[in-house]
Design a protein around this ligand. Structure first.
Ligand code: S3P
Length: 166
């Protein structure tokens, strides 16, 4: 089985994924890194040149391909759960761990990061997080096998908690 990290931007998926990979001696794959590799463009460049729908199409292909493998730690992009077929593919071969954090924690962790293009284009930074997070929460919830809260907890502690659960 794979171990799949899901959750909003800034919940620590990438850092925790690397720790888990080291502790378990497994390979970590980031769906975003895989998308960037396939497109040969950064995430903001893909979105600017081709739009979000195209980004989501490549993301779906990447989810399908990584889900076809075994024993991976999969660090997904925050929107990977938006398409039901991605969730279905990832769940078939993986345990999905939902990393949660409050709007305040997320704002603090990702503020000023230019590699994360706006998801709405219109809202202020914190309003966007508040809105998109609440819209996605039921989707993360439905997809998740386990939930791990990350506010005020170190990434190493989050990784240990995941190891206890799985
Ligand atoms: C996205 C999150 C990003 C990346 C893209 C879209 C989202 O990944 O896939 O910018 O829709 O939440 P991270 O969650 O790794 O930042």
């Amino acid at each position: 089985m794979n171990l799949v990290l899901i959750g909003y931007r800034g919940t620590g998926k990438s850092t925790v994924g690397k720790i888990l990979a080291r502790k378990l001696g497994r390979t970590v794959v980031s769906t975003d890194a895989e998308i960037v590799k396939r497109a040969n463009l950064s995430v903001p460049e893909i979105v600017k040149q081709f739009g979000w729908d195209h980004f989501r199409d490549v993301e779906s292909a990447v989810c399908r391909d990584v889900a076809a493998q075994d024993q991976l730690i999969i660090d997904t992009g925050g929107g990977a759960i938006l398409r039901p077929e991605n969730v279905e593919a990832l769940r078939k071969t993986g345990t999905l761990i939902w990393l949660t954090a409050t709007v305040e924690t997320i704002t603090r962790r990702i503020g000023g990061d230019t590699q994360r293009p706006s998801l709405t284009g219109t809202k202020s930074f914190t309003d966007e997080i508040r809105e998109v997070l609440s819209e996605r929460t039921p989707k993360y919830q439905a997809a998740a096998t386990h939930v791990v809260q990350t506010d005020g907890v170190s990434s190493a502690q989050v990784a240990d908690r995941i190891l206890q659960l799985t």
